[in-house]
Design a protein around this ligand. Structure first.
Ligand code: PMV
Length: 324
């Protein structure tokens, strides 16, 4: 037997963040989150099951992986094998076209693509919600890279209803993420470890309790295409997550000096009338949102800030898809 499949998924950027799990193993989140897919920033993944293999293999951007990265993918494939009632090992080849481990969710794109490719190669036919649940097992935010456009991950009551779905199509609102890269080294503490520390901050309970309010504001801002309302809730949500990170035991500091310079600069541009706001994930890079017609100007301004190494740009992307 020799079955293969190839799929592609975009990275996503959270407007309302996921930080902390109420159940670690199944990655059931402490709170709901909202994101949009980053058009053009993708992972492409091919999975080939074969009865000749004695163990799983992972080739990431052309390099064979061992250790933690391979174990994580192998555990994920175990879930696929259990669903499909099979034992074959697989070769997984995955490629990203953006820098990994620096605040652009490379694991989200990778595990979303792996869910589609892995399940199809195993002979499974899964619904979008089932694919999103499966992706969640690899990386929580990966469940949001399965549906297209603007996406909400409902925390659910358990494994069966903790998945993401589209709340608006990609063309609903021409938002652009201008990602100011201030460092592209691999981050010191990855998000899987970070989530486990969230409850060790006295601020996490308050952040989680307030999440339904922020989610409602964000949904409304998207529905009404109200940039100012979006800006307020997105920046507050990002800072709340970083406040939790910084006050965990041990503390996690992801900001670098250039991150802070940008966090102070962007609101001054907004005060001048430019539609811009920022958010940061578990890394120092600053995601600056704007509307398509201002994207050239915003990217130019970001590029001119000392300490900004490069600026990536992505509009709102569609769903994960198979490439056969
Ligand atoms: O899916 P993970 O475990 O990589 O966690 C992602 C966490 C953040 O990127 C910081 C926030 C989010 O909602 O994407």
């Amino acid at each position: 037997m020799n079955r293969s499949s190839t799929a592609q998924a975009f990275a996503n950027i959270a407007l309302i963040k996921y930080w902390g799990n109420r159940q670690q193993a199944l990655r059931l989140p402490a709170n709901g989150s909202i994101s949009f897919n980053l058009d053009g920033l993708y992972a492409r993944t091919r999975v080939q099951f074969s009865s000749e293999l004695t163990q799983d293999q992972l080739i990431l951007n052309g390099q064979a992986q061992v250790g933690a990265a391979l174990e994580r993918v192998s555990r994920f494939l175990d879930a696929v094998r259990t669903m499909a009632g099979m034992k074959e090992r697989a070769v997984v080849q995955s490629e990203n076209n953006f820098p990994m481990g620096a605040g652009i969710a490379s694991s989200a794109a990778a595990f979303a693509a792996l869910s589609l490719a892995g399940s199809r190669a195993a002979g499974l036919t899964l619904s979008e919600a089932q694919l999103s649940r499966l992706a969640r097992l690899g990386s929580g935010s990966a469940c949001r890279s399965v549906p297209g456009g603007f996406v909400e991950w409902q925390p659910g009551t358990g494994d069966a209803d903790s998945y993401a779905f589209s709340i608006a199509e990609p063309d609903h609102w021409a938002l652009v993420d201008c990602v100011a890269i201030v460092a592209s080294e691999h981050k010191a503490v990855g998000s899987t470890q970070g989530h486990a520390l969230a409850d060790r901050s006295p601020l996490q309970a308050a952040r989680v309790t307030d999440a339904p309010r922020r989610l409602a504001r964000c949904r409304a801002a998207i529905r009404l295409r109200d940039f100012d309302a979006l800006a307020q809730v997105v920046e507050q949500d990002s800072t709340l997550m970083h406040a939790v990170m910084m006050t965990s035991t041990p503390p996690l500091f992801y900001w670098q000096p250039t991150s802070l310079i940008l966090m102070q600069l962007v609101p001054t541009w907004r005060a001048e009338g430019l539609p811009v706001c920022y958010t940061l994930d578990a890394g120092p890079n600053v995601h600056v949102f704007t509307l398509a017609e201002y994207a050239d100007l915003v990217c130019e301004r970001l590029q001119a800030v000392p300490g900004v190494r490069m600026v990536l740009r992505a509009g709102v992307g569609g769903p994960a898809c198979w490439l056969e």
